[in-house]
Design a protein around this ligand. Structure first.
Ligand SMILES: [Zn+2]
Ligand SMILES: [Zn+2]
Length: 456
């Protein structure tokens, strides 16, 4: 059996893997690497096509590193075969792909909006070609490939795939969580036979998550303490996934404690994404359990505001509020603009609710740029961060313990680790080999991985 890794090799971005079968190629995910603005942004489709015709594409979930290159494949390379993903993934992907092309706030025509490498029309055309796959259903490709889909946790609509190809069985995890989060259940892996190979994400190859409940309580308590003290809270978030987790958490606590501080949410597609969450909540989330009410009453306490409105509110409102904004970093955009306005008051609080490299963590006492521009003498205008800052890492991936339990439970003949940091994956691969006795590979980009079936 042969697998070509076109991305997410010793790094997180650009998940795209190609399985070579007797009848042609099967592609698993089709992501981009947002850190590049040249050819390296997308998988090397030309290389894949040199090995045979592409028969089907399976997309695990809506994040850009898994779906961001799909319009390139369909609209630029002309692939018009089947593409499978879940219904929520298809709907959410529209907004993710729009963000990838960098069209935020641009009112120009399709041609002038082409900041990235595809247009609105191409996104719509691409997603119109998608076939919906439900969880726990099998899709046949040709005569000898069967693909069974299972809920993966991680984000609304995420699936993992169990693929039977020419008598081999491969489990591709995509991004997954093995335990439930506040609003999503964990992965439900229900397969008749153990896989020969597990192709697994390893984002948290060497880290352990704290208990979910502790994080939730710490988050709520920190927000509440700041608001009661007259401060304002800023949480820079990624638009799909973490944002809805934190909003549903705040909504539930606001309901329970009868709080009335404004919860502001400002991202380009905030309304539509919340509607998609409500639409698919019943089958795909735990929200009906945790919210104790039906979808129309959710998000009642969340005020979706335009970025301009939010900036006005920041300037003019004296009352405390909590705001969730994009992007998830303070490098640019609305999150940075709001941060600049709250950073100098020690009553305020910045919460980074996801993994943040120690070099990227912002701390009280650090200096920050007050404006993007320099003054007429070329001096930078710097301010001192006086607000409180904290990094609360809500994990949306399986951690080391989850991965080792998962691998030891299924005991595959071999494991291929992708979607993580190289050295950490090397370490995990050594642990897997030494502790579990299972061969474990960490492939390089554009490298073939081959294995033979073990007879049991
Ligand atoms: Zn993801
Ligand atoms: Zn990912």
């Amino acid at each position: 059996m042969e697998l070509l890794a076109l991305g997410a090799c010793r790094q997180v971005g650009k998940s795209c893997f190609v399985l070579k079968t007797l009848e042609g190629l099967i592609m698993l995910d089709c992501g981009l690497d947002p850190s590049y603005h040249d050819d390296q942004r997308y998988p090397n489709f030309g290389l894949a096509f040199s090995y045979g015709p592409l028969k089907a594409v399976f997309i695990t979930h809506c994040h850009a590193d898994h779906v961001g290159a799909l319009p390139i494949l369909t609209e630029k390379w002309g692939y018009d075969g089947p593409i499978y993903m879940s219904a929520p993934t298809r709907e959410l992907s529209y907004f993710v792909l729009e963000d990838c092309m960098g069209a935020w706030g641009d009112e120009g025509s399709d041609s002038t909006r082409r900041v990235g490498s595809y247009t609105h029309r191409e996104i719509s055309s691409c997603l119109a070609k998608v076939d919906i796959v439900e969880p726990e259903k099998t899709i046949g490709v040709g005569n000898n490939v069967q693909v069974y889909s299972m809920i993966a946790g991680h984000v609304l609509g995420a699936l993992m795939f169990y693929i039977s190809v020419d008598s081999y069985r491969i489990l591709y995890t995509g991004d997954f969580t093995s335990c439930c989060t506040f609003h999503l259940s964990g992965a439900r892996v229900d397969i008749p036979y153990p896989p020969d190979v597990i192709l697994s994400e390893a984002t948290y190859a060497t880290s352990l998550k704290d208990g979910r409940l502790n994080k939730e309580v710490e988050f709520f308590q920190s927000v509440l303490d700041c608001l009661l003290d007259g401060g304002k809270v800023l949480c820079p978030v990624f638009a799909i996934g973490r944002a809805q987790e934190l909003l549903s958490l705040l909504e539930m606590y606001w309901q329970r404690f009868r709080l009335s501080f404004p919860i502001l949410f400002s991202t380009k597609s905030a309304h539509q994404v919340l509607q998609i969450y409500s639409k698919y909540a019943h089958h795909w989330t735990r929200m009906e359990d945790v919210m104790s009410k039906s979808p129309p009453t959710w998000w009642k306490r969340i005020q979706v505001v335009h970025p301009e409105q939010l900036l006005d509110a920041v300037q003019q409102w004296d009352t405390p509020w909590v705001a969730l904004t994009t992007p998830g970093t303070l490098a640019r955009g609305l999150s940075l603009q709001v941060f600049r306005r709250i950073a100098t008051d020690e009553k305020n609080l910045l919460i980074i609710p996801h993994f943040c490299m120690s070099s990227g963590m912002i701390e009280k006492g650090d200096e920050f740029h007050v404006e993007d521009d320099h003054d007429w003498e070329g001096n930078e205008s710097m301010g001192m961060i006086r607000c409180k800052t904290m990094n609360l890492h809500f994990g949306f991936h399986a951690d080391t313990r989850d991965l080792l339990l998962f691998f030891s439970h299924w005991k595959p003949s071999c494991i291929v680790l992708v979607h993580g940091e190289g050295e950490k994956m090397d370490y995990l691969a050594r642990v897997v080999q030494e502790e579990l006795g299972i061969p474990c590979w960490v492939p390089k980009e554009e490298q073939w991985v081959t294995w033979n079936k073990m007879t049991s």
